[in-house]
Design a protein around this ligand. Sequence first.
Ligand code: B12
Ligand code: SF4
Ligand code: SF4
Length: 364
Amino acid sequence: MDSLWDAVRRAALDAGLDAVGVAPAEPFADARRHLTERKAAGLHGGMHFTYGNPERATDPSATVAGARSLVVGARSYRAAAPAPPPELAGRVARYSWQDNYEPVRRALDVAARVLREHGHTAVVLVDDNRLVDREAAVRAGLGWYGKNANVLLEGHGSWFVLGSIVTDADLPSAVPLPDGCGACARCMPACPTGALVAPGVLDARRCLAHLLQAPGDFPVEFRLALGDRLYGCDDCQEACPPNRLEDRRRPPRAADDGDEAWVPVLDLLAASDEELLARHGRWYIPRRQPRYLRRNALVVLGNVGDGTDPDVEAALRRALADCDPMLRSHAAWAAERLGRSDLVAAFLAQECADPAHSCAKNGP
Ligand code: B12
Ligand code: SF4
Ligand code: SF4
C-alpha cells in the first residue's frame, strides 16, 4: 500500500508541479539570522515581505501549531521569449509573463487535500510573507542556493517558482543537496548594478527587480542600468550556465498569447489608473499606486525612446504637466536624456492654463 507521502507526492506532481520534497518543520535558524542581519545592515532596502516579521517567516509552527513537515513544490516557468512588438515596449521578467504563482497554489491545494483527508492540518503558502520559500526548498532537497541567491534545481536550473504546505503530518524528510555552483561565479558580474555584493547575498538597494517595486523616486544612479526593464530583472539568471544548458537540452514551451513579455510604454503612459490596475493588478505595485508604473515607464522611455518621435514628445509633454511632482521629475529626466531639454524649458516658461494643474508650476 502507498504511504501517505507517496500519495501526497503523486497528487502534487499530477497536479502540475515539477518537483516536490519534504523538509522538517523546524525553525530556519540561519535564514532568521540572515533576515535580521541584512535588515540591520539595510540590505533589505526597506522591504517588508519576510523582513517584516523574520520570526514568523522562519517558523512553520507560527502558521500551523504543532507543524511537523513542509511539503515543498517547484514549478517551472521556462518559456520561449515572444518577439518584441514593433512599438516602443518595456520588458517584463519571465516569472511574470503569466500568473505563475496560481498554478503552484492550485497543485499544492490538491496535495493538501490528501493530507486533510487523512486527518491532518495543511496550510498552503506560496510567495507569502509567512515563510521564506527558498530556505524551505533547500531544506526539502529540491535545490541549492546559487551565488545569485536563487534556488537551482539539480539538472534544471533556476526558472522555478516555489511554494509549501505546512502540515502536522510527519513525513520522511529529504537530505539537502550540496552546493552545485562550484567554481562558477558568472551571475555576479552579470548583474548590471552590482547588487550581488557577495556570493548569495543581494543588496536590494541596488537590485533593479526591487527598485521597480519600491516607492519613491527611482534612484538616478540606476536609471541608465534599468534599460528597457519595466517589471523584474532576469540578468543574473540568464547568465547562469545551468539555465543555458537546460534550454539546449529541453527546448522551453512555445510562447503563447497569454505571455506578457512586453508592455507598450506609450499605451501605459496614456492609460487611466483603473486601466493600469486592471491590466497589471497581478504585479507588485508599491501601495497599489499606478503612478509607480508610470514612473518606471518614464525611465524606460528615457532609455529607449526616440526624442524626435511626435508620440514620444506628446507623452513627455503630458508627463511634464502632470500634477504629480514625482512624474514631472522623471519626465524631465527622460526628456533631457532624449535630447529634449527644450520641452522642459517650454513647460517651465508656459503659464498653466488649467487651474487644476497649478500644482505643476512647482517645477519638474
Ligand atoms: C523579498 C523577495 C524578493 C526581493 C529580495 C530578493 C532576495 N534575494 O531576498 C526582490 C524584490 C529583490 C526579489 C527579486 C526576485 N525574486 Co523574489 N522573493 C522575495 C520573497 C517575497 C522573500 C525572499 C526572502 O525572504 N529573502 C530573504 C533573504 C535573506 O533570502 P535570500 O536572499 O534568498 O538569502 C539566502 C542566501 O543568501 C543564502 N546564503 C547565505 N549565505 C550564503 C553564502 C553563499 C555562498 C550562498 C550561495 C548562499 C548563501 O541564505 C539566505 C537565506 O538564509 C520570496 C517569496 C518568499 N515568501 O520567500 C520571493 C522569491 C525569493 N523570489 C523569487 C523570484 C522568482 C525573484 C526574481 C527572479 C524575480 C525577477 N525576475 O525579477 C528576482 C531574483 C533576484 C535575486 N537575485 O534574488 C522566487 C525565487 C525562486 C527561486 N528559484 O529561487 C521566490 C521564492 C518567490 C516564489 N515563491 O517562487 N524577490
Ligand atoms: S535581479 Fe537583476 S539587478 Fe537584481 S541581482 Fe539579479 S541581475 Fe542584479
Ligand atoms: S551563474 Fe554560476 S554561480 Fe551563479 S547561480 Fe548560476 S551556476 Fe551558480
